[in-house]
Ligand binder design. Structure first.
Ligand code: 13P
Ligand code: SF4
Length: 321
């Protein structure tokens, strides 16, 4: 079966079986094309919170995103094409580390990036994403009336949020990073920029400081997308300092512009574990009422953890309105 036929079949099965498909910008383009909603991590959690009416959600992203959707939708079934698709950055933090820092700094609020497990969120005061981290740390500092906040696990995002918000951040732990973004060096960005000197340089805040300092724009995946949408008539070329999936989306949506990846290593292996064929397999199980077999694909956060993790997620969503 060709990709186009597979996609057509997926769309038909999805519509007949009360399913919404959410996909992150880092998914393969053929998965992005069959999604009902495509977005960054904040946008997708807002959609999971307010817009999905179907009984089933297939979440094409990584596990923490599906867990967040499950926490926000306890009455729905959240299905993932690949349970092994996890975010390695999330593994830098566990509930014990958060508790240790809380003991050391009992008066300070804990801000955790959404790229964490549900168990870590359950120990947090508020969550944030790459698109709202600056605003969230300012708001929580005011709410707690303190001068510093605890923030984890991404060190680069922590430094970015501290720099832009003016709020002092204590990193929990000291070495959390995303292997995809933190390996992007300034030399690679400059090399690509020298080859395309008129291009605008867009990077994700998970990139290292010297790369961020060099960029024309720093933002989440949706932030970068919107930057291009606003500026594609003024500039022809863009260097995209994030996972390749976003570049594929931009190249498809803005065919008269040129997009360059500054490193061939900007591939998140976990995001790429999801396959169209598995999405079709899940939909076929639903279509044949084989709901027992769906267990293999369903993400369910234990109720006690989900209850506690809901507060910091809701606080983030309220703050991000
Ligand atoms: P966004 O918040 O930009 O979607 O990023 C999520 C992510 O995993 C970045 O690596
Ligand atoms: Fe995690 Fe990095 Fe992959 Fe994003 S790109 S999901 S932070 S490993």
């Amino acid at each position: 079966m060709s990709i186009k036929e597979l996609q057509k079949n997926i769309v038909r099965l999805k519509e007949n079986n009360d399913v919404t498909i959410l996909a992150h910008y880092y998914q393969d383009i053929e998965i992005q094309e069959i999604a009902d909603y495509l977005g960054d991590s904040l946008g997708l959690s807002q959609i999971a919170n307010r817009k999905t009416k179907t009984k089933y959600i297939i979440f094409a992203g990584v596990l923490f995103m599906a867990e967040t959707a499950s926490i926000l939708n306890q009455d729905k079934h959240i299905l993932v094409p690949e349970k092994e698709a996890c975010c390695p950055l999330a593994n830098f933090l566990n509930p014990n580390i958060v508790k240790e820092f809380r003991r050391a700094y009992p008066e300070l609020p804990v801000v955790t990036y959404v790229n964490t497990t549900a168990a870590v969120k359950a120990e947090s005061d508020v969550c944030c994403t790459s698109s709202n981290s600056v605003y969230i740390v300012k708001r929580i500092k005011e709410e707690f009336n303190v001068n510093e906040v605890l923030f984890g696990p991404d060190n680069n995002l922590a430094e970015y949020a501290e720099e832009k918000s003016g709020v002092k951040i204590i990193k929990i732990p000291g070495d959390g990073h995303c292997y995809v973004h933190s390996h992007l060096t300034l030399d690679k960005v400059k090399f690509t920029h020298n080859a395309h000197p008129n291009s605008k340089v867009l990077v994700h805040p998970e990139c290292i400081q010297e790369v961020r300092d060099y960029a024309d724009f720093i933002g989440s995946t949706a932030g970068m997308y919107n930057y291009v949408k606003k500026n594609y008539k003024n500039y022809k070329d863009f260097i995209i300092g994030t996972e390749k999936g976003l570049l594929d989306r931009l190249a498809a949506d803005f065919p008269n512009n040129k997009f360059y990846l500054p490193s061939q290593n900007l591939i998140c292996k976990d995001m790429k574990k999801n396959k169209l064929q598995t999405i079709e397999k899940i939909l076929k199980l639903l279509d044949k009422n084989k709901s027992k077999k769906l267990v293999e694909y369903e993400v369910k956060v234990p109720e006690e953890i989900a209850q506690r993790a809901l507060n910091p997620i809701n606080k983030m969503l309220q703050y991000s309105k």
